[in-house]
Design a protein around this ligand. Sequence first.
Ligand SMILES: [Zn+2]
Length: 136
Amino acid sequence: MSWSRAGCQGPGVRLGSVASGSRTCQNPHVTYVPIEASLRCLCPELTAVVDDATASGNAAAASWRDFGQAIALSAPRPVVTSISESVRANLTYRPVGDPHYWLGEIHCRIHPDWFIALPFGPSFEETTPAAGLPRY
Ligand SMILES: [Zn+2]
């Protein structure tokens, strides 16, 4: 795929340990890597998810590549607020709901290498952050 770039494929790539400074995304199971490097690796659909969330005030907050390859947003919502239907059709939502990890994941049907992780909110009560996306 044309979006694929050197160093973006495969798990276990360590780009260094960088603390994101995000209170909601710290997770002992993963090693954080620089967000900017990971953003360049996202496929167009997941880039659209991040751009849409960022435009809504929910910016990328952390990234890791040793527990799946992911970018975590700052909050469970807003997310997928203004995504074109053609992109939305390729997105799925996987509920996780494990307090030791995160609330859920948005995946691209076409490019399974990365996902967008949605953290729990302060109340741990948000259960449908990506309402409207099909679950898988
Ligand atoms: Zn994709």
